[in-house]
Ligand binder design. Structure first.
Ligand SMILES: CC(=O)N[C@H]1[C@@H](OP(=O)(O)OP(=O)(O)OC[C@H]2O[C@@H](n3ccc(=O)[nH]c3=O)[C@H](O)[C@@H]2O)O[C@H](CO)[C@@H](O)[C@@H]1O
Ligand SMILES: C=C(OP(=O)(O)O)C(=O)O
Length: 439
């Protein structure tokens, strides 16, 4: 297994460059199954999730090739003859469940493993299933698999209101509805930029969709979609992570740049709260220049759907608030149990309490290095951030979580002055202390 070893105290200098969005790349890959031919996706990040989903597509019969250095992925979906997504792949990545919509949309049937429990708590798929039923699919459960069938090979279409609004269910329902016999309506649909970019790609493929970026999406089914070439959007969560890193580990008064992002995708709340910390921030096309203040001010946040504060940035925000001169509260209204990073950060000196869906962070903290364990993707990057400002050398274990969503993070940080390296370790090796005592 890999770990990241980071020695704190080196300032972040110069710039960091944002890659393609993981959470847009995955639905774009699913969409490629809807067209009989070769779809080309550019600006695709070389991430573990992209490799996993490539394998999921291959199982269905697609031929996938990925030029990592060019960040270009092609999917030949000329022959989709096995409408199944097996447990061994779906368990690695929840977004594999997009195969439900993609296979129904292409083949009129699907057998897709239910995603397992997730690192930070329950993440149900009831809305995906209820929505598919509302659009005319029959759904049965068979030994951990969802077996879905659209009578006559296509969904009828229909109306479905989701509560709460769900990114994944909106994507799945769009994938199924674009080739339905009739019209469909998704109410309280997700407005996240990932969903909009994916929906626009579907339109480019010939789908008839209105209302992207609003709470009501209407779809008129078409017989088939055409393959396309499309460029993936920049990763807004990687961008936000780098912006937090700049304030956390940059030198006060010295500008730092985050390049190649698309700042409107950050949403208004994150931008406002970041400015409230006292940082100077200038947005100029695809470059953001951040100048950290002498002292970060505490800023409480509550996560919400777009354009609210993204839940995928709250763990990173917690580390930033640990450096503030006062108390900040972080409330996650999307996932009320997404605080598995807090006990690990407490091992590094964080002063915080979690009560229900709120973590209360008391700053300022002088982080001390420790060996800590990644529990999920954003939790793991928060541990790296803390390690960058801790006294001593921190080891972040189980970075396979981080590798799901950050491409070459250690190389990017090294280039910006951080003392960080990747090493391998054996998680089941006998601890040195045992060997010494039994020698
Ligand atoms: C691959 C990807 O894009 N993942 C993102 C996506 O996950 P994902 O699509 O899984 O998240 P959702 O938007 O579906 O979840 C939002 C809320 O809806 C609930 N819910 C969802 C589905 C369902 O059937 N029933 C139900 O109750 C969830 O428990 C959660 O409370 O959006 C999340 C919220 O922005 C992000 O944290 C994830 O990074
Ligand atoms: C939680 C995330 O991804 P997933 O929904 O695939 O677990 C994430 O990107 O932060």
């Amino acid at each position: 297994m890999d770990k990241l070893v980071v020695t704190g105290g080196q300032p972040l200098t110069g710039s960091l460059t944002v890659g393609g969005s993981k959470n847009t790349a995955l639905p774009l890959m699913a969409a490629s199954l809807l067209a009989d031919g070769t779809t080309t996706l550019t600006n695709i990040p070389a991430l573990r999730d992209v490799y996993t989903f490539s394998n999921v597509l291959r199982v269905s019969g697609a031929s996938v090739s990925f030029d990592e250095s060019a960040h270009q992925l092609t999917v030949d979906a000329g022959r989709i003859d096995h409408p199944e997504a097996p447990y061994d792949l779906v368990k690695k990545m929840r977004a594999s469940f997009y195969m439900l919509g993609a296979l129904i949309g292409r083949c009129g049937e699907a057998r897709v493993s239910l995603p397992g429990g997730c690192a930070w708590g329950p993440r149900p798929v009831d809305l995906h299933l209820e929505g598919m039923k509302a659009f005319g699919a029959s759904i049965e459960l068979d030994q951990g698999y969802v077996v879905a069938d659209a009578p006559g090979g296509r969904l009828d279409g229909g109306t479905f209101r989701m509560e709460p609004s769900s990114v994944g269910a909106t994507i799945n329902l769009l994938l199924g509805a674009v080739t339905a016999r009739g019209g469909s309506r998704i109410e309280n649909a997700a407005q996240e930029p990932d969903v909009v970019a994916f929906g626009e790609a579907l339109r480019q493929m010939g789908a008839q969709i209105d209302g992207l970026g609003t709470r009501t999406i209407e779809i008129q089914g078409v017989e088939a979609l055409e393959p396309i070439t499309v460029r993936n959007t920049p990763d807004r969560i990687e961008m936000g992570t780098f912006m937090v890193a700049a304030l956390l580990a940059g030198e006060p008064g010295v500008p730092f740049q985050v390049k190649n992002g698309h700042h409107p995708h950050l949403g208004a709340a994150f931008k406002k709260h970041l400015a409230d910390t006292g940082a100077e921030i200038a947005y100029n096309d695809d470059v953001v220049t951040l100048t950290p203040p002498e002292q970060i001010r505490p800023v409480s946040i509550a996560t919400a759907t777009y354009p609210g504060f993204p839940t995928d940035l709250q763990a990173q925000w917690g580390v930033l608030m640990a450096t503030a001169d006062g108390t900040a509260r972080i409330t996650d209204t999307i996932y009320d149990d997404r605080f598995k990073h807090i006990p690990e950060l407490q091992r590094m000196g964080l002063d915080a309490q979690v009560s229900g869906a709120t973590a209360t962070i008391h700053g300022p903290t002088d982080f001390q290095a420790a060996t800590v364990m990644s529990t999920d993707l954003r939790a793991s990057v928060s541990l790296v951030l803390a390690g960058m400002i801790a006294e001593g050398t921190t080891e972040v274990l189980r970075v396979y979580h981080l590798d799901r969503g950050y491409e070459a993070l250690e190389q990017k940080l090294q280039n910006a002055g951080i003392d960080i390296r990747r090493e391998q370790y054996d998680e089941f090796a006998e601890p040195e202390e045992v060997a010494e005592r039994t020698a």
